[in-house]
Every structure is written in structure tokens, then in C-alpha cells.
Design a protein around this ligand. Structure first.
Ligand SMILES: [Zn+2]
Ligand SMILES: [Zn+2]
Length: 176
């Protein structure tokens, strides 16, 4: 049986992950586990941008993946890829590894009151989205679908934490 494994990488909200695990299991119909592993992230820091290189970090995660498994790293660190000023997450399309950053998901970053429910909703959406890519799903145009591409938290808040019917049937085929 396939498995989804979440690895916190310098992520302070591990208790938030406990809240979203059952939802991930439900969406992908796969067991989801939490795996605490130490990985030194300093080599991925870019001092010019004061951010962490997501492409290099994801390459480092790839060898940790076991057979029939999807691995997703979750971090508080601010991630970037060279062409974008920041990213919420990154994944290999049809691959086995993904990455999500909670750095820009917290309301207080935007001068708004702290909201832990909103934070975990956003985190869940980012995790489902990036894992969706690992199952071969591309960006979706159906409003509300979790596979809609998003750049800002406001856009994240507008979509649901579910896959549209089309994406669901693609997922079912990928998992068959
Ligand atoms: Zn995407
Ligand atoms: Zn969709």
C-alpha cells in the first residue's frame, strides 16, 4: 500500500500537522504519517535573497523517498526558486517529493491578527496542491479546485481544500 510521509524541516507548528493529517489521508485515500528527521538546511540558504533555495532542498529530499511513497517536506523557512520572488511550495510533476513553506501563510505576516485556523487551512491547501502535482495533476482552471495555481494568500483563501471532479478522477486513475 502506498503511503504519504510528511517530514517537518525546521517547522515550528508540528501540532498543526496533526490537525491536517486526517484530511490528507481522506483526500488521497492513503495512510499519512509524520516522520521526524534531521536535515541541516544551512547549505540551502541564499544570503543575497535571505531565502532558501527550494530546488536544491527538494533534490536533497528525493533520496529519502522509499518505494511506493510520497514525501513532503514542510518548513517555516522562506523558499524561492530563481524565477520567482517566493513560493508556497514546489513539487515534481508525477514525482515522489514535494515541499511546502508556511512562511507566508500566517496572517501576522500581513499585519493582520494571528489566526491559527486560517493558517492550518492554508497549509492544508498547499500540501494537497503540491501532493496533487506528485500524482501527476497539473494546474486546474476550475474555480475553487485546490489545484488552481495561487500566488497570494487571498487566492489561497478563495479556493477549497478539495479537488474538483476532473482532478478527482485523474487522481483515482493515478492511484489505480
Ligand atoms: Zn502548483
Ligand atoms: Zn481541478
Amino acid at each position: 500500500m502506498s503511503l504519504i510521509r510528511i517530514i517537518p524541516l525546521q517547522f515550528s507548528g508540528v501540532e498543526e500537522l496533526d490537525k491536517i493529517l486526517p484530511m490528507i489521508t481522506r483526500r488521497f485515500k492513503m495512510e499519512t504519517t509524520l516522520s521526524l528527521q534531521h536535515l541541516d538546511l544551512t547549505p540551502f540558504f541564499n544570503p543575497v535573497r535571505s531565502q532558501y533555495d527550494a530546488n536544491k532542498l527538494i533534490l536533497k529530499l528525493a533520496p529519502m523517498v522509499l518505494e511506493q511513497e510520497k514525501v513532503i517536506g514542510i518548513t517555516d523557512l522562506d523558499l524561492y526558486i530563481p524565477v520567482l520572488s517566493y513560493i508556497f511550495g514546489q513539487a515534481y510533476l508525477g514525482g515522489s517529493v514535494a515541499l511546502v513553506s508556511g512562511h507566508r501563510l500566517e496572517n501576522s505576516r500581513y499585519g493582520l491578527p494571528h489566526d491559527s485556523k486560517l493558517f492550518s487551512d492554508r497549509l492544508l491547501k498547499c500540501v494537497l496542491h503540491e501532493l496533487g502535482h506528485t500524482f501527476g495533476l497539473r494546474h486546474c482552471l476550475k474555480p475553487g479546485c485546490v489545484m488552481v495555481s495561487t500566488t497570494y494568500v487571498e487566492e489561497l483563501d478563495q479556493k477549497s481544500d478539495n479537488f474538483c471532479r476532473n482532478c478527482q478522477s485523474e487522481l483515482a486513475i493515478a492511484n489505480a
